[in-house]
Design a protein around this ligand. Sequence first.
Ligand code: ZN
Length: 147
Amino acid sequence: MKVEELYQEIILDHYRAKHHSGLRGPYEAEVHHVNPSCGDEVTLRVHLDGDTVADVSYEGVGCSISQASTSVMSDLVIGHPVEHGLDLHREFLQLMQSKGEIEPDEDRLEDGIAFAGVAKFPARVKCALLGWSAFKDAVIQAGGVPR
Ligand code: ZN
Protein backbone atom coordinates (compact mmCIF):
# COMPACT_ATOMS: atom_id res chain seq x y z
CA MET A 1 0.00 0.00 0.00
CA LYS A 2 1.34 3.41 -0.93
CA VAL A 3 1.71 5.99 1.82
CA GLU A 4 -0.93 8.23 0.19
CA GLU A 5 -3.41 5.36 0.30
CA LEU A 6 -2.56 4.61 3.91
CA TYR A 7 -3.11 8.27 4.82
CA GLN A 8 -6.43 8.24 2.97
CA GLU A 9 -7.50 5.17 4.93
CA ILE A 10 -6.64 6.82 8.26
CA ILE A 11 -8.69 9.90 7.34
CA LEU A 12 -11.67 7.83 6.21
CA ASP A 13 -11.54 5.66 9.36
CA HIS A 14 -11.79 8.76 11.55
CA TYR A 15 -14.49 10.28 9.34
CA ARG A 16 -16.66 7.14 9.50
CA ALA A 17 -16.31 6.73 13.27
CA LYS A 18 -15.32 10.04 14.84
CA HIS A 19 -13.54 9.63 18.19
CA HIS A 20 -14.98 11.47 21.21
CA SER A 21 -17.79 12.95 19.10
CA GLY A 22 -21.02 14.29 20.64
CA LEU A 23 -21.46 17.22 23.03
CA ARG A 24 -20.85 16.45 26.72
CA GLY A 25 -20.69 18.19 30.06
CA PRO A 26 -19.30 19.52 32.20
CA TYR A 27 -17.49 22.14 30.14
CA GLU A 28 -16.09 25.61 30.68
CA ALA A 29 -16.29 26.93 27.12
CA GLU A 30 -18.18 26.20 23.92
CA VAL A 31 -17.25 27.61 20.53
CA HIS A 32 -18.69 27.40 17.04
CA HIS A 33 -16.30 27.62 14.12
CA VAL A 34 -17.11 27.56 10.42
CA ASN A 35 -15.06 27.22 7.29
CA PRO A 36 -17.26 28.98 4.72
CA SER A 37 -15.06 28.10 1.75
CA CYS A 38 -15.96 24.42 2.18
CA GLY A 39 -19.09 24.50 4.34
CA ASP A 40 -17.49 22.78 7.35
CA GLU A 41 -18.82 23.53 10.83
CA VAL A 42 -17.94 22.42 14.32
CA THR A 43 -19.37 23.15 17.75
CA LEU A 44 -16.76 22.24 20.31
CA ARG A 45 -16.66 22.14 24.10
CA VAL A 46 -13.64 21.93 26.31
CA HIS A 47 -13.48 20.77 29.91
CA LEU A 48 -10.34 21.62 31.84
CA ASP A 49 -9.26 20.11 35.13
CA GLY A 50 -6.53 22.41 36.38
CA ASP A 51 -3.80 22.27 33.74
CA THR A 52 -5.20 19.15 32.10
CA VAL A 53 -7.59 18.83 29.16
CA ALA A 54 -10.16 16.57 30.86
CA ASP A 55 -12.47 16.38 27.83
CA VAL A 56 -13.08 17.74 24.35
CA SER A 57 -16.49 17.04 22.88
CA TYR A 58 -17.88 18.25 19.57
CA GLU A 59 -20.49 18.02 16.88
CA GLY A 60 -19.55 18.78 13.33
CA VAL A 61 -20.66 18.59 9.75
CA GLY A 62 -18.57 18.92 6.64
CA CYS A 63 -15.98 17.24 4.51
CA SER A 64 -14.01 14.17 5.53
CA ILE A 65 -10.81 16.16 6.12
CA SER A 66 -12.41 18.63 8.55
CA GLN A 67 -14.26 15.94 10.50
CA ALA A 68 -11.38 13.45 10.60
CA SER A 69 -8.91 16.13 11.68
CA THR A 70 -11.17 17.13 14.59
CA SER A 71 -11.38 13.46 15.61
CA VAL A 72 -7.58 13.07 15.52
CA MET A 73 -7.14 16.31 17.48
CA SER A 74 -9.45 15.05 20.26
CA ASP A 75 -7.40 11.85 20.54
CA LEU A 76 -4.20 13.86 20.87
CA VAL A 77 -5.27 16.40 23.49
CA ILE A 78 -7.72 14.65 25.86
CA GLY A 79 -6.03 13.62 29.08
CA HIS A 80 -2.92 15.66 28.38
CA PRO A 81 -1.66 18.99 29.75
CA VAL A 82 -3.18 22.08 28.11
CA GLU A 83 0.33 23.24 27.20
CA HIS A 84 0.98 20.00 25.29
CA GLY A 85 -2.26 20.44 23.32
CA LEU A 86 -1.30 23.99 22.36
CA ASP A 87 2.19 22.84 21.35
CA LEU A 88 0.64 20.20 19.08
CA HIS A 89 -1.67 22.87 17.62
CA ARG A 90 1.43 24.90 16.71
CA GLU A 91 3.16 21.88 15.18
CA PHE A 92 0.09 20.92 13.17
CA LEU A 93 -0.31 24.51 11.98
CA GLN A 94 3.34 24.56 10.84
CA LEU A 95 2.84 21.27 9.03
CA MET A 96 -0.25 22.63 7.25
CA GLN A 97 1.56 25.82 6.25
CA SER A 98 4.64 23.94 4.96
CA LYS A 99 3.19 23.24 1.49
CA GLY A 100 4.29 19.65 2.02
CA GLU A 101 7.92 20.44 2.81
CA ILE A 102 7.99 19.45 6.49
CA GLU A 103 8.25 15.79 7.48
CA PRO A 104 5.59 15.23 10.15
CA ASP A 105 6.67 13.81 13.52
CA GLU A 106 4.65 10.61 13.94
CA ASP A 107 5.65 10.19 17.60
CA ARG A 108 3.89 13.46 18.41
CA LEU A 109 1.17 13.88 15.80
CA GLU A 110 0.21 10.17 15.52
CA ASP A 111 -2.72 9.90 13.05
CA GLY A 112 -2.28 13.64 12.40
CA ILE A 113 0.53 12.77 9.97
CA ALA A 114 -2.17 11.55 7.59
CA PHE A 115 -2.95 15.19 6.83
CA ALA A 116 0.59 15.96 5.63
CA GLY A 117 -0.57 15.63 2.01
CA VAL A 118 -3.35 18.17 2.61
CA ALA A 119 -0.67 20.87 3.04
CA LYS A 120 -0.14 20.75 -0.73
CA PHE A 121 -3.73 21.88 -1.33
CA PRO A 122 -4.19 25.40 0.07
CA ALA A 123 -7.97 25.23 -0.35
CA ARG A 124 -8.15 22.25 2.00
CA VAL A 125 -5.76 23.49 4.69
CA LYS A 126 -8.59 25.39 6.40
CA CYS A 127 -10.58 22.15 6.54
CA ALA A 128 -7.77 20.39 8.39
CA LEU A 129 -7.28 23.30 10.79
CA LEU A 130 -10.94 23.86 11.72
CA GLY A 131 -11.08 21.59 14.77
CA TRP A 132 -7.65 22.64 16.00
CA SER A 133 -8.54 26.35 15.79
CA ALA A 134 -11.78 25.65 17.66
CA PHE A 135 -9.84 23.78 20.35
CA LYS A 136 -7.39 26.66 20.85
CA ASP A 137 -10.19 29.22 20.94
CA ALA A 138 -12.14 27.17 23.50
CA VAL A 139 -9.07 26.74 25.72
CA ILE A 140 -8.50 30.51 25.69
CA GLN A 141 -12.16 31.16 26.56
CA ALA A 142 -11.97 28.58 29.34
CA GLY A 143 -9.04 30.49 30.82
CA GLY A 144 -6.58 27.69 30.14
CA VAL A 145 -3.91 29.87 28.54
CA PRO A 146 -1.48 31.48 30.96
CA ARG A 147 -1.24 35.24 30.50
ZN1 ZN B 1 -13.73 20.97 4.23
